[in-house]
Design a protein around this ligand. Structure first.
Ligand SMILES: [Zn+2]
Length: 421
C-alpha cells in the first residue's frame, strides 16, 4: 500500500471498537423489546428520542446538525476546504416492528465513530465529513421505503412523501411536525463528494465463506409480477384426470420454473414465489384459478431482462401445452444499481491493508446507498450477521466485525477525502 505523506500515519489509524459497541447498545435501549430487539418505527416518539440521542452525540463530537424538509439529518465535521463537497456516510435509525439493534443503526453510529476517532487524533481532512441519518428507510409504517434518501435523490417528490399515511391515517408531514424534525433545508440541496455505507449483510454469504468484510459491488435489480393461471373449477370426484383444467397443477409447474430461472442466471439470479391464492380453495374442488407473486432479481438490468424473457417463454409454453390461460403482469420494477469503481476499490484496498478477510458481495436488499449512487460515487461495506438473520429481534453481530467494518469505513473515507482534495 502507499504510505501517506502527512505527518500522522493515517494508515495506522484505528477506530475505538468498544466505544462504538457501547453507543450501539445505548441507542438500542430506545424501543428495546423483550426478545433483545428494537421496535423504533419511523417518526414515532421513540424515533424522536433516537434522533435526539444521535444528534446530541454528534454535537458533543463538534459536528453541526442540520435537518432537511423530509427530516433527514446531516451531521457535519468541517474540513480544511469547506467549498469541497463532503465525503458522506450514513444509514437509518428507524427499525422494523420486530427489528434488531444493528440494521441501519450501525451505519449511522459507525459514521459518528469515524468522527470521534479523527477528533481523538486531531486529524483535519481536506473535504468535510458528513454523517447522515435518512428518514423512514424501512417503509414499515409509511410507504415508500427509503423515503428520505429517495426524496434527497429526487426519485419522488417531497409532496408525495409528505402525503403518505400510516394505518391510523397519520401523515408523514404531520408526524415530522409533531416530533419536531421537519427542517428548513431543501432535500438534495448540497452535492456529495462520495458516499459510503456500512451495514450488516442481512444474508448468510459472508458467514458461509468465513469472511469479515463484504466489498459490495452493487445492489440487485428487482422485478415484481402478479401471475394468474385460469382453468375451470369442477368436482374432484366425477371429473376424470384427462378432462380437467386444473389451474393449480399448471401454476405449480410455473412456480418451479421461477426458481429454475434463477438457477439459469447465476451467480446472482434470485427467483421467489412468496404469495399464493388458490380459488376456490376447497378440498373437493379442482382449482379454477391461481394467483401468485413472482420476485426476480439479478445484478444487472440486462440479466433481469433475460430472466423476464425466460419466464415469459416458459409460461407461454406451459399455456400452449395445457390450454389454460397464463397472465403475467408487472407490478413494480427497481433497476439494478452498480456501485462506483473508485468506491469499490477504496473499500477493497482498505480491507486488504487492514488485513481483514474479504470478498466481493452484492446486496439483495435495498439501502439508502442505492439512491446516493445516483448522485455521487457510492459504495457499501458489509459485515456478517449471525445466521444471516435480519429484520428480526434476534439479529446479532460480533463486536470484532462491527469494529472491522468501521475501520474499513474510516480508511475508505480518508482515502476518498485525499483523492477528492
Ligand atoms: Zn437497513
Amino acid at each position: 500500500m502507499d504510505m501517506p505523506t502527512k505527518p500522522i500515519d493515517l494508515a495506522a489509524l484505528r477506530v475505538n471498537g468498544p466505544r462504538l459497541w457501547a453507543s450501539l447498545m445505548e441507542l438500542a435501549q430506545i424501543g428495546a423489546t423483550d426478545k433483545g430487539g428494537v421496535c423504533r418505527l419511523t417518526l414515532t416518539d421513540l424515533d424522536k428520542q433516537g434522533r435526539d440521542l444521535v444528534t446530541r452525540w454528534a454535537r458533543e463530537a463538534g459536528m453541526t446538525v442540520t435537518i432537511d424538509q423530509i427530516g433527514n439529518g446531516f451531521m457535519r465535521r468541517p474540513g480544511r476546504n469547506n467549498s469541497l463537497p463532503p465525503i458522506m456516510t450514513g444509514s437509518h435509525i428507524d427499525t422494523q416492528p420486530t427489528g434488531g439493534k444493528f440494521d441501519g443503526n450501525y451505519g449511522v453510529l459507525a459514521g459518528i465513530e469515524v468522527v470521534r476517532t479523527l477528533n481523538d487524533h486531531g486529524i483535519e481532512t481536506e473535504a468535510p465529513i458528513e454523517v447522515a441519518f435518512w428518514t423512514n428507510e424501512e417503509g414499515s409504517r409509511f410507504v415508500p421505503v427509503m423515503m428520505g434518501s429517495g426524496v434527497f435523490a429526487k426519485a419522488f417528490t417531497l409532496e408525495h412523501a409528505y402525503a403518505a399515511t400510516d394505518t391510523e391515517g397519520k401523515t408523514v408531514k404531520g408526524e415530522l411536525e409533531r416530533i419536531g424534525y421537519i427542517g428548513e433545508q431543501e432535500p438534495g440541496d448540497h452535492p456529495i463528494g462520495a458516499y459510503f455505507e456500512t451495514h450488516i449483510e442481512q444474508g448468510p454469504v459472508l458467514e458461509d465463506h468465513d469472511k469479515t468484510i463484504g466489498v459490495v459491488t452493487g445492489v440487485l435489480g428487482i422485478r415484481w409480477y402478479d401471475c394468474v393461471v385460469t382453468g375451470m373449477e369442477a368436482h374432484a370426484g366425477p371429473t376424470p384426470m384427462a378432462l380437467r383444467r386444473d389451474a393449480l397443477q399448471v401454476a405449480t409447474k410455473l412456480m418451479q420454473e421461477v426458481v429454475a430461472c434463477a438457477h439459469r442466471h447465476p451467480p446472482h439470479g434470485r427467483g421467489t414465489v412468496g404469495m399464493v391464492q388458490v380459488h376456490p380453495n376447497s378440498r373437493n374442488v379442482i382449482p379454477g384459478r391461481v394467483k401468485f407473486s413472482i420476485d426476480l432479481r439479478n445484478a444487472t438490468d440486462a440479466l433481469c431482462d433475460a430472466m423476464d424473457a425466460d419466464i415469459r417463454a416458459v409460461a407461454a409454453k406451459l399455456a400452449a401445452e395445457s390450454g389454460l390461460s397464463i397472465e403475467i403482469t408487472p407490478v413494480s420494477h427497481y433497476p439494478a444499481q452498480p456501485f462506483h469503481p473508485d468506491c469499490i476499490a477504496a473499500v477493497q484496498q482498505a480491507a486488504d491493508a487492514l488485513g481483514y478477510s474479504n470478498m466481493p458481495a452484492v446486496s439483495g436488499a435495498g439501502h439508502d446507498a442505492v439512491y446516493m449512487a445516483r448522485l455521487a460515487p457510492a459504495g457499501m461495506i458489509f459485515i456478517p450477521c449471525k445466521d444471516g438473520i435480519s429484520h428480526n429481534e434476534i439479529e446479532d453481530a460480533k463486536p470484532e466485525h462491527i469494529e472491522a467494518g468501521c475501520n474499513v469505513l474510516l480508511q475508505a473515507m480518508l482515502s476518498s477525502a485525499r483523492r477528492n482534495s
